[in-house]
Design a protein around this ligand. Structure first.
Ligand SMILES: [Zn+2]
Ligand SMILES: [Zn+2]
Length: 294
């Protein structure tokens, strides 16, 4: 295992915020550029799967910026943080960042993951491969996404503010749909939101297994009742697909949830304990999938 070599680099809060916003805008710009120009670059049969993959990558990364905003670490100042998150992230998942806080802070408060008390991980719980298959069916049918939206959209704000949010959301998406229709790109909405409703929950489930599954000395996985929070020093592919740099230092994040991700990276050290540090998130996911009894 190679020790982390990042030296602690202290950034001022506004520097964190400026870097975060630049990366977030770059993420949106990259997806828009592909969806806009890619259609003319490759045939439809290639554009469709490539675009689904691009949307999924965007959603994984965006979810982790949303998590950073949930802890008020996207931009300095609580009001500015929430304004940035609600303008640049929340219109795409439909829930203002305040709605994510009660459930996510509960995730930080529980002593055991994948149990009924943990709103973030309970939908991914599985004791057997049969339960896992049922969970994957719920994911791909859109049920997991609908339940997450339903629960979070009822939380964290007053009924009046919630009503105002839905008016803003409807106006934003009416404008977005109109822009796509007038540009002759009716495919963009179903591509993005179809992927969000069906494939993103599977990607998130696998990320949760990498970070929160507990392994015993023989390597057998435990989901419901796990107390593990695992960090990785992953390579580029894992950071694109499974868990980005914003959330990959998950052991340190659970120890100090208020710290921005760059400070977690500076604190993170390799550990011989497989429930603290993993060498590969893909390998952890495979260990869970292989290790569940039939
Ligand atoms: Zn966690
Ligand atoms: Zn958190």
């Amino acid at each position: 295992m190679q020790a982390e070599t990042n030296s602690p680099r202290q950034l001022l809060p506004w520097q964190h915020g400026a870097l975060n916003l630049l990366q977030l805008l770059g993420l949106h710009g990259a997806l828009l550029a592909w969806l806009w120009a890619g259609r003319g670059l490759v045939p439809w049969a290639a554009f469709l799967p490539l675009s689904v993959f691009a949307c999924l990558l965007h959603q994984r990364q965006l979810s982790e910026w949303y998590h950073e905003a949930t802890h008020w670490n996207l931009f300095p100042g609580h009001r500015w943080n929430d304004l940035c998150a609600n303008l640049l992230i929340a219109p795409l998942n439909g829930v203002p960042v305040s709605g994510n806080r009660p459930g996510h802070f509960r995730h930080h408060a529980v002593s055991a993951f994948f149990g009924p008390d943990d709103p973030d991980t309970r939908a991914a719980a599985a004791r057997t491969r049969q339960e896992l298959r049922a969970g994957l069916l719920r994911d791909v049918a859109g049920i997991t996404a609908w339940r997450a939206f339903r629960d979070a959209s009822q939380a964290g704000t007053s009924p009046a503010r919630r009503a105002g949010w839905f008016v803003l959301l409807a106006a934003l998406h009416a404008g977005g749909l109109l822009a796509c229709l007038s540009a002759g790109r009716v495919d963009i909405y179903p591509l993005y939101f179809g992927t969000l409703l069906t494939l993103y929950p599977i990607a998130n489930r696998l990320r949760l297994y990498a970070q929160h599954a507990q392994f015993d000395a023989a390597g057998a996985p435990l989901l419901a009742g796990s107390s593990a929070s695992r960090s990785f020093h992953s390579g580029l592919l894992e950071r694109l697909i499974l868990h980005s740099q914003v959330i990959v230092y998950h052991h340190e994040h659970h120890a100090a949830p208020s710290l921005p991700f760059r400070e977690l990276r500076a604190r993170s050290r390799a550990s011989a304990d497989p429930n603290v540090h993993g060498t590969s998130g893909f390998a952890c996911v495979a260990q869970v999938l292989r290790g569940l009894p039939p």
